[in-house]
Write a protein that binds this ligand. Structure first.
Ligand SMILES: Cc1cc2nc3c(=O)[nH]c(=O)nc-3n(C[C@H](O)[C@H](O)[C@H](O)COP(=O)(O)OP(=O)(O)OC[C@H]3O[C@@H](n4cnc5c(N)ncnc54)[C@H](O)[C@@H]3O)c2cc1C
Length: 473
């Protein structure tokens, strides 16, 4: 017989662990059930290719973790978590062999931008200054702003489509492409309203905290969260797939680190029909097509500056990046996809045997797509790093279906727990966000605000909703 608990969390992804930590910090007895044998959800690492090569299966680069109010209040260093900040946050190479870098310094970043230097500084100085005020507001549900002036200044730009914003704000094609590279992390078409917000947040984080990687791999973030939870008295049970509420012991509340589709399967008919209907209509977004390589040497970038950042955005021009992301929303893939690349072993020697390297990359594809993007992704690498293919020792390829097999939350390969469109961003999966019509059932996954990313803020807010309502704190 297992011990009685106050709360159960289903799913040990970063948000499930964050929810459990917040509940345990308030003295609640918490148990987490995880379907997989290994905790972490989309924050896991594994030797996917060859012995001695540690790959981040999903998430790899963590500005959102380091910039998150939830993580800021934990001392995960005690549990072995260490972040490495490469000299630059992002590199964006061009066909002429040059590259732009996102530096910690706004000044230094602006200096590369020619006629846009002043506009860049004017845009980011206030955002960096206000970040500590903006972060709790942006990384949470829609609320009356505590700092209306800072939020209005952010919101007036953030609400715009990125394609329109970059053309009106920047004169240089290179600056436009550079900013578009960050926007495209959203998995949205750049002409959609609200897409500018993603570029503003990610670039601001680059200046405030950098775009760091965890030493040893992303698994160490999950392991540190789990160790912290256990130190607070929490319990984690792995290898248990929850299929029905009958699988769970009686307790005051259950928090699901799952997306609406899975929640419906488990709780289904206990929800009123109208709520079931809303969850059924919840929209999933495009998928990722992910590749990891074991390499015989570092990537031979034509622009050597690319070796200064762990993250490299491959897409060349604004037009190309915009076309790639728009095609995905139209159910197609371009020949030159926008590719996100991470090269952690350049900065963390524990990831690969001496002299060898790991490389991580993905591009967006339509949800559930079966198109093989391997050649197109490798063509993009070869374009900016001639000779890349000759360094490949082994590769692991994960199309959308395989991503979903790895983690059931990646529905159709969607990496964000649902499309981050403007009408699903702050009120996801319904206007109730973390709560449901059932007083003892909550949602704490990236299908709640603020959405995808390893920041733990969905779990944090869901736990506080449960503490307020189920425990009448
Ligand atoms: C390819 C890829 C690249 C990414 N890159 C980045 C990045 O670089 N930086 C970043 O910040 N974010 C990145 N993300 C996004 C980030 O990883 C996710 O947004 C984040 O992990 C979501 O956390 P979560 O706790 O909501 O869900 P998840 O991490 O998906 O965890 C959910 C957990 O629930 C478990 N589960 C599911 N169903 C059940 C069940 N019925 N019973 C029990 N357990 C169950 C799953 O096994 C899983 O462990 C990436 C994601 C992907 C897929």
């Amino acid at each position: 017989m297992s011990k009685p608990v106050d709360a159960i969390v289903v799913g040990a992804g970063p948000n499930g662990l964050a929810a459990a930590i917040e509940l345990a910090k308030s003295g609640k007895r918490v148990r987490v059930y995880e379907a997989n044998d290994v905790i972490g959800g989309s924050a896991r690492s594994k030797e996917l290719t060859l012995p001695g090569f540690t790959h981040d299966i999903c998430s790899a680069v963590h500005p959102l973790a380091v910039g998150s109010p939830f993580f800021k209040n934990l001392s995960l260093k005690e549990y072995g978590l260490e972040f490495i900040n490469p000299p630059a946050a992002v590199a964006h190479p061009f066909d002429d062999g040059s590259a732009l870098l996102l530096h910690r310094s706004i000044e230094q970043t602006g200096e590369q931008l020619g006629a846009d230097a002043r506009a860049y500084k004017r845009l980011f100085e206030p955002l960096v200054h206000d970040w500590q005020l903006l972060a709790p507001q942006l990384l949470g549900p829609l609320r009356v702003p505590n700092h209306p002036f800072a939020m209005t200044r952010f919101g007036l730009n953030a609400i715009r489509s990125a394609s329109g914003f970059v053309k009106s704000r920047f004169k240089e094609e290179r600056t436009r492409a550079f900013f578009a590279g960050a926007v495209a992390h959203s998995c949205l078409s750049l002409d959609q309203l609200g897409t500018t917000a993603f570029g503003l947040v990610l670039f601001t984080l680059g200046h405030v905290v950098g775009w760091p990687i965890p030493r040893g791999g992303t698994q160490n973030i999950s392991d540190a969260l789990a160790a912290h939870l256990k130190a607070l008295g929490g319990e984690i049970v792995t290898g248990v797939l929850i299929q029905s509420l009958n699988d769970l012991a009686p307790c005051r509340c259950v928090l699901f680190d799952l997306t609406p589709q899975q929640l419906l399967r488990i709780v289904g008919s206990r929800f009123p029909a109208s709520f079931q209907n809303k969850l059924t209509k919840y929209r999933y977004g495009p998928a990722a097509f992910k590749i990891d390589w074991a390499l015989d040497g570092a990537v031979p970038w034509r622009a050597v500056e690319c070796t200064e950042a762990a993250t490299v955005h491959l897409g060349g021009s604004l037009a190309e990046i915009a076309a790639s992301e728009k095609a995905v929303w139209e159910g197609k893939c371009t020949d030159k996809p926008y590719v996100l690349v991470a090269q952690p072993s350049l900065f963390d020697s524990s990831r690969a045997p001496q002299g060898k390297h790991t490389l991580w990359a993905y591009c967006h594809v339509p949800n559930n797509s079966t198109i093989d993007m391997t050649e197109r992704i490798e063509n993009q690498l070869e374009r900016f790093a001639p000779g890349f293919r000759s360094r490949i020792l082994a590769r692991s390829v994960m199309p959308p279906a395989q991503l979903e097999l790895h983690n059931a939350n990646l529905v159709g390969g969607d990496i964000n727990g649902g499309a981050a469109t403007i009408n699903q961003l702050f009120t996801r999966p319904t206007f109730r966000t973390y709560s449901t019509p059932l007083a003892d059932i909550y949602i704490c996954s990236s299908s709640t605000p603020p959405g995808g990313g390893v920041h733990g803020m969905c779990g944090y807010h869901a736990a506080h909703a449960a503490l307020r309502k189920s425990f009448a704190r």
